[in-house]
Design a binder for this molecule. Sequence first.
Ligand code: ZN
Length: 269
Amino acid sequence: MPELPEVETTRRGIDPHVVDRRIEHVLIRNAKLRWPIEEALAPLASGQRILGTRRRAKYLLIDLEHHTLMVHLGMSGSLRVMPASTPPLFHDHVDIVLNDGNCLRYNDPRRFGSFHLLTSDDHALLRHLGPEPLSSDFDGAWLYQAARGRKAAVKQFLMDGRIVVGVGNIYANEALFMAGIRPTRRAGNISLQRYQRLAEAVKELLAAAIEQGGTTLRDFVGGDGKPGYFAQKLRVYGRGGQSCRACSGQLQEIRLGNRTSVFCTTCQR
Ligand code: ZN
């Protein structure tokens, strides 16, 4: 599933190829995504110049003259720039055709992604989002304050988009290991110092993933393949039963909130 770093990498990959182009038309081959694409989207977006791109959580925001096109990649979506004449593949559901002969093509086998045309950023899907993990609004003090009185497991707390956006299951597992915090510990029972380590771990992981993605930017232009979502060298995720890289003890795997959690009973308290 595309996580925050992949969305940011997509944004950086397409940005130089779409900004300052005009949208000639929007070709929707299949509107049935997670939510049906509204019929008004294509005619409204057509003719508008693309002013810039932004990202909020896992939403890609493409600023037009009068609207913002908000795209979510869902479970399996990808965006690529290619000549508009390129024959579409089976799961190529949307083309944003540009005035330079290229199009921004959306492919999504599982169709959990979405397209919305916004008149402002005050949209229901964006309104209650927590801070961006790589911004200065997110730090240990923020986590500590937000956790006061919380009985939820820290891992579920960290994955709650109202607390901080973009920390998916893999990153939550990895960050908790780096901070030495057991995923099941109550969010309200963790010290400020340990939350500072956790916030630093989240920033370090996401920044490294975005930097790694930077080397794959050319994959977002041309060709028939899909951008290769990148795998980081994982410390605990997917390694249940194997030995901890820090202490050689056996990593334990449990289900927590219906998600897989892997941790070291020695290194994480
Ligand atoms: Zn260990």
